[in-house]
Structure formats: structure tokens, C-alpha cells
Ligand binder design. Structure first.
Ligand code: SF4
Length: 210
């Protein structure tokens, strides 16, 4: 019996598994060493080995995640539909949908940035382009594109105090006409801007003054 246990503990993998079990159960390093009949320095070496193995696995996971993500983006950009991309990369269609949404958000942000740059400056303002006075300038713009309601509320609160809110909303409404809506602009969510666009279209159909 003792011989069998000693034999199994000469296998480093078995010894490390037993060590992890004991440490997880709350035994100290010294107690675990005594339980297993090994020296504290062996415990130390095994733990070092386990940490390195875990770090290597984490690096591999990150590398394969990044590779998968790049491949998803490449196939989507090539015009493949979600189901085909999911099958080709070996992920769920939900994962592809999330990546697609991320891409569209980036495109929307880039489009709005281009729109801001191209928007005409008021000739006599003497204060530079309005976007230079944006309250979101220099902030983490991921907050404006978050899916989380609480994070969106933070963005909308910043927009409410923004001195160029009207110009921002006007530009977003023009840039998004007939297209996808993402993120918070002028303090409004995509759904709120969609409703605003519908009300504006109805008002112009009635011939109401704008
Ligand atoms: S209204 Fe909001 S999104 Fe638009 S410029 Fe101001 S802070 Fe930025």
C-alpha cells in the first residue's frame, strides 16, 4: 500500500495533482509536504511549475482567441454570413454576432469621426470646430458604445452637460439616415434616435415646419 503510494508520487503529474488537492482543501504548504512525504523545496518547485503551466495555457488561449477573432473579422469583411463564419471558425453564431456588432460599432465611430472632421465650421465662431468643445473629448469612448444600460446612462449624463449636444445629435442623425445606429450621440440611445428620425419623417410628410 505504502509502496504503491510512494510509486505513484514519483510521477510528477500525480504528485502535483495530490498537492493541488491538499492546498485547495486548506492544508498549508508544510502540511501538504508532510502529507505527501516530500520536501518543502519540492512543493515550491511543483508550485512554480504549475504557475508556469497555467501562464502558458493562458497565453495559448489568448493567442487562439485573437486568431479566431481576426479570422471572424476577415470572413465577415469578405461578405460571408454569420452561420458560414461560425462553421468555418468553429464558434457559435452568437460569438460571430457579437464580433459583427463590435465591427459595426467601430465603423460607426469612425464614420462619425470622419463626419465631424468634414462638417463645416461656423464661419464667425472664432472658437474652432464644435467637436473641440465636446464633453466626451479625451474620454474613453467605449463608454458611449457600451451595451450595458448603467454605462450608457453615464455617457448620456455627460452628453446632457455637453455644450455642443445639438450639433452632435444633428450630425449623428444625418450620418445614420437609413443606416445602422450604434452608441450614444447627443445624449440619445440608438432607439431614441430611431424614434426621433421617425417623428421627423412624419412631421415632414405632414408638411410641419422643421
Ligand atoms: S453630445 Fe455627447 S457624444 Fe456628442 S459631443 Fe457631446 S458628449 Fe460627445
Amino acid at each position: 500500500m505504502t509502496r504503491a503510494r510512494t510509486a505513484s508520487l514519483t510521477d510528477p503529474r500525480e504528485r502535483r495533482a495530490q498537492l493541488v488537492l491538499r492546498l485547495t482543501a486548506g492544508r498549508t504548504h508544510r502540511q501538504a509536504a508532510a502529507d505527501l512525504g516530500i520536501s518543502p523545496s519540492t512543493v515550491w518547485r511543483d508550485l512554480k511549475h504549475l504557475r508556469k503551466a497555467e501562464a502558458d495555457r493562458a497565453a495559448q488561449r489568448a493567442a487562439s482567441r485573437a486568431g479566431r477573432r481576426a479570422e471572424i473579422h476577415r470572413l465577415l469583411a469578405a461578405g460571408q454570413d454569420r452561420r458560414a463564419v461560425a462553421a468555418a471558425v468553429g464558434v457559435s453564431t452568437e460569438t460571430v454576432r457579437r464580433e459583427q456588432q463590435l465591427l459595426l460599432q467601430r465603423h460607426a465611430a469612425a464614420r462619425l469621426a470622419r463626419g465631424r472632421a468634414a462638417a463645416p465650421r461656423p464661419p464667425d465662431s472664432g472658437r474652432g470646430h464644435w467637436s473641440e468643445r465636446a464633453a466626451c473629448r479625451g474620454r474613453d469612448l467605449d463608454v458611449w458604445f457600451s451595451e450595458a444600460g448603467a454605462v450608457r446612462a453615464t455617457a448620456a449624463a455627460v452628453c446632457r452637460g455637453c455644450p455642443v449636444r445639438d450639433a452632435c445629435l444633428d450630425l449623428a442623425m444625418k450620418a445614420e439616415a437609413g443606416g445602422h445606429r450604434y452608441g450614444i450621440y447627443g445624449g440619445l440611445t440608438p432607439a431614441q434616435r430611431k424614434a426621433l428620425a421617425r417623428r421627423s419623417a412624419e412631421a415632414s410628410a405632414r408638411g410641419d415646419p422643421s
